[in-house]
Design a binder for this molecule. Structure first.
Ligand SMILES: NC(=O)c1ccc[n+]([C@@H]2O[C@H](COP(=O)([O-])OP(=O)(O)OC[C@H]3O[C@@H](n4cnc5c(N)ncnc54)[C@H](O)[C@@H]3O)[C@@H](O)[C@H]2O)c1
Length: 296
């Protein structure tokens, strides 16, 4: 699995569950580094759109110089069920779960994956806030489970938060570190907790930024310009919210709220209203900003 012909991921096979914002983004990162990817989603429309979205991300990544020179892209296949894609001849070398931030849905997916893949295959949950130990409770082999928190877009953001659960094995951690190195990402390993480090800090801050807009103190653009210009944030909190997806933000805030008791994590009314209205950010074309004709 060493780097070959500028293709650092050659020889690896990744199964990615969930073809939404993050599953597609992680698939684009992996394919762009030469990793073969099987992408699975229950939603036929999402699945049908994914290759176009991934192709768009790969073109953008190349334009920005974010992929290795001369890398031969990995093969991409899509399917509705992991069971149809996991073959004895070419089993995945790792599985990344990036389904909706719903603890029950994730627990079921992870239990199913665990039953399908060989022991020792790293099973990686890309969750924003759900503790890895909680998800491990659903799995026959918690030693194979580990968390990642890729940021969006994965092909551009080079640092990845890695969450080691109480039961995560050393071999699982080493295998994930090696995978991330092949994808030319920097791993920062942290211990388990609701929201880990990044969501524990970022999500309540975004929630507060939305409260400031709801109170009429400033509009979204002014809040973002102040956080960028005065505090050096590369993207303001409300543009970041649109990039994350407001539905995912609300789900993650509820997970944080229920597991920490911190009332600052209760999604504010404006956020809930926007989700009810279908204004989910970039992926729906409208959130705090408009995204006519842009692809998430
Ligand atoms: N959006 C972000 O910026 C971001 C960043 C880091 C982590 N995350 C986390 O990544 C995960 C995915 O988030 P997203 O933003 O891509 O969500 P999303 O809503 O864009 O996509 C989720 C996808 O999962 C699919 N899905 C649901 N149940 C499934 C199942 N049982 N099997 C296969 N597919 C299933 C849905 O059909 C959907 O396409 C969440 O846990 C989220 O918290 C998101």
């Amino acid at each position: 699995m060493a780097a070959e012909n500028g293709t650092p991921g050659a020889g690896r096979r990744l199964a990615v569950l969930g073809a939404g914002v993050m599953g597609s983004g992680i698939a684009a990162l992996a394919v762009g580094h030469g990793v073969a990817v099987s992408l699975i989603d229950l939603d036929r429309r999402r699945l049908a759109e994914a290759p176009t979205r991934i192709g768009h991300q790969l073109r953008t990544a190349r334009l920005l110089g974010a992929l290795p020179d001369g890398a031969v892209p990995g093969a991409l296949v899509t399917g509705l069920s992991l069971a149809d894609l996991v073959t004895a001849a070419a089993p995945p070398t790792a599985v990344i779960e990036a389904v909706t931030e719903d603890p029950d849905a994730k627990a079921k997916v992870l239990a199913d994956v665990c039953a399908l893949v060989a022991p020792g295959t790293p099973i990686i949950s890309n969750t924003s806030a759900i503790p890895i130990d909680e998800l491990a409770g659903a799995m026959a082999r918690p030693v194979d489970l580990i968390g990642t928190h890729f940021m969006n877009p994965p092909y551009l953001i080079r640092t990845v938060e890695v969450i080691r659960g109480t039961h995560t094995g050393e071999a699982t951690l080493d295998a994930l570190r090696a995978l991330l190195a092949a994808l030319r990402r920097q791993s920062i390993v942290v211990d388990d907790a609701p929201g880990f480090v990044t969501s524990r800090l970022l999500h309540p801050m975004i929630n507060d930024a939305v409260r400031v807009v709801a109170a009429g103190t400033a509009n979204a653009e002014s809040v973002d310009l102040l956080m960028q210009g005065c505090l050096g944030h590369p993207t303001g909190p409300l543009r970041t919210a649109d990039l994350i997806g407001l539905d995912n933000l609300v789900d993650s805030l509820w997970v944080l709220h229920s597991r920490t008791g911190d009332d600052g994590c209760r999604p504010c009314d404006l956020l809930l209203e926007m989700v009810r209205a279908g204004h989910l950010g970039r992926k729906s074309g409208r959130g705090f900003y408009e995204y006519e004709g842009e692809q998430a």
